[in-house]
Design a protein. Structure first.
Length: 564
């Protein structure tokens, strides 16, 4: 077997892949690689999960291994089948397929049997103290813990109590099962950790069969072992759990999976904890898990993100053991790069200002050739209609322009993209002094966008023909949070105070070129000069809704500097 890891990205292997490659080279695990992606079905997946998905499924794919999708469903209270389904949809959308689909709850019988094994070996006991007392007795890094008075219970008594816990005899919190390790171990996690707790709760899969549920530490590694996972890859906060992971494997004499930790993804200007995202959905601050402002995969999908961009982003950020904060711009650039190659260009006017071409005959129109994608010659051209009445962007006109403003102004000539030069002769105002219409002339000799006499203009504007335009709603999005790093908000303060009140700007009466009439929900294009847009899932024929996925350039940095 080849020990050369395929490295399509031509980047050096990250440290996890180096470990996998070295293990394969050394013939470990029988030359086999098996990973798993283990979400808890208590919310929708977010972009942080995509990092884990690309790592776990990516390694399986690159090294000829296997990857399991395993639902870590040991906490019945917060879990739901809605999440189980969305997670599968999202993993597939990112571009991966699992070799098998499993649930930690598939293994509840085995986990229970292993708990009895530990009791029989004198390595676990039932403690009847409350969890608060147990926590207090744990000690600190400098002080040993206090042994529970129940620590010396006999095997028979422990078995009896544990079985009665299982049969439902006791209320929640009456007892727990603890490992019997060492209350003075320098690893706090080894100071008799809780393995099972009583929870009279309905489970989304096992129903009411169980009223005791294993803790994460007594489920995760064991499921890894049952599945013969070779590399169990998790985020750094589980580093301190690794000694317990290894202890369980050793004492139960089960398959020796190994745990490796990497840094989780944190992104600027957003929130990434499922708990916080759930809060936003529950209290109606977001329209749902798929609100295009959410960093969830379904939110990003609805916003117009592509799986290609998500995967490219995950490749760019790499995998390290350094906990940092990744700039949102890196994610946005991944989308820009992808859509720049693929998205057809269209014209749309978001804040329309009427332009009347006074020397263009009434009732007439002509069609101009427009290039679909300058990055992709095979995308060809389309026709855009031109007529006497047009719309341009309100921002593209100034009555009294400052020096740096090169767009349309009274007496000035500009190019209309793919069409003609026009010159503004007059700005018509209403009684309140608002500009309601521009009266312009056009030069028929400049058809296609160049003047035969070689004269130049300083600006090219996008436009649409008024009679041919279709009306649309366009939703512009900005960062979910108004501060870079939400982790800096003190616990005493409500993090929601730092949400960006201007994260959504809904524009109605936007004017689109007619070729967009039948655009399907999910389809993407670039509105020239404005950004990349995507048809929203709420869009219906006759009432189109577009989302701005991302602007053409990163404007946030500039705005910030100006504001500061
Ligand atoms: P959250 O804190 O958002 O609720 P979680 O860690 O509880 O996330 P899980 O469903 O347990 O969510 O995560 C499944 C897998 O995804 C785990 O292996 C976890 O380590 C990984 N993961 C979760 N969040 C991130 C992140 N921000 N970056 C990288 N991996 C992540
Ligand atoms: Mg978790």
């Amino acid at each position: 077997m080849s020990t050369e890891a395929p490295n399509t990205s031509e980047r050096p292997l990250d440290f996890v892949r180096q470990i996998v490659a070295a293990d394969l080279a050394a013939g470990k695990n029988g030359g086999r690689v098996k990973t798993r992606f283990p979400p808890e079905p208590n919310g929708y997946l977010h972009i942080g999960h995509a990092k884990s998905i690309c790592l776990n499924f990516g390694i399986a794919r690159e090294f000829g291994g296997q990857c399991t999708l395993r639902f870590d469903d040991t906490n019945p209270v917060t879990e739901d089948t809605e999440y189980v389904e969305s997670i599968q949809e999202d993993v597939r959308w990112v571009g991966f397929e699992w070799n098998d689909l499993r649930y930690a709850s598939d293994d509840f019988d085995q986990l229970y049997a292993w708990a009895e094994t530990l009791i029989n070996k004198g390595l676990a006991y039932v403690d009847s103290q409350d969890v608060e007392t147990i926590r207090r007795q744990r000690g600190t890094a400098t002080e040993p813990g206090v042994e529970s008075p129940n620590r010396s219970r006999s095997v028979a008594e422990n078995l009896d109590l544990f079985r009665r816990m299982k049969s439902g005899e006791f209320p929640d919190g009456a007892h727990v099962l603890r490992a019997k390790i060492d209350m003075a171990d320098p690893h706090l996690i080894l100071r008799d950790p809780v393995l099972y707790r009583i929870k009279h709760a309905h489970h989304h899969r096992t129903g009411d069969k169980w009223c005791i549920y294993p803790m994460y530490d007594f489920a995760h590694g064991q499921c890894d072992a049952i599945e013969n996972v070779t590399h169990s890859i998790c985020t750094l906060e589980f580093e301190t759990h690794r000694v317990l992971y290894d202890w369980c494997i050793e004492k139960l004499e089960i398959y020796p999976s190994r745990q490796y930790e990497f840094a989780r993804l944190n992104l600027t200007y957003t929130v990434m904890s499922k708990r916080k995202l759930l809060e936003l959905v529950k209290n109606g601050m977001m329209s749902g898990w798929d609100d295009p402002r959410m960093p969830t995969l379904c939110g990003l999908r609805r916003r117009g993100y592509t799986p290609e961009a998500i995967r490219a982003f995950c490749g760019t950020i790499g995998v390290t053991r350094y906990n940092g904060l990744t700039d949102m711009v890196v994610l946005e650039n991944a989308l820009r790069d992808d859509l720049n190659k693929r998205a057809p260009r269209r014209m749309a006017v978001l804040r329309p200002l009427k332009v009347v071409i006074t020397n263009y005959p009434e009732g007439q129109s002509d069609e101009l050739d427009a290039i679909n994608n300058p990055e992709d010659a095979s995308a060809g051209t389309r026709k855009v209609p031109f007529s006497r009445e047009l719309y341009i962007e309100r921002d593209d006109f100034m009555e009294d322009p400052p020096k740096q403003f090169f767009r349309l102004a009274p007496g000035r000539e500009v190019r209309l993209r793919y069409a003609y030069f026009i010159k503004c002769e007059e700005a018509v105002k209403d009684e309140a002094g608002n500009i309601v219409e521009l009266r312009c002339t056009y030069d028929p000799a400049t058809r296609g966008g160049d003047a035969p006499d070689g004269r130049k203009v300083k600006a090219t504007l996008h436009w649409v023909s008024a009679n041919h335009a279709i009306d649309a709603e366009v939703r512009l999005y900005d960062h979910l949070c108004r501060i870079e790093d939400l982790s800096e908000v003190p616990e005493t303060e409500d993090w929601k105070n730092y949400l960006n009140p201007q994260s959504l700007d809904t524009l109605t009466g936007c004017k689109l070129e007619p070729s967009l009439k039948d655009a399907e929900p999910g389809s993407k294009c670039q509105f020239e000069r404005l950004g990349y847009f995507c048809v929203d899932t709420e869009s219906v024929p006759g009432k189109p809704v577009f989302n701005r996925s991302v602007t053409l350039k990163d404007t946030w940095a500039k705005i910030q500097k100006k504001g500061g």
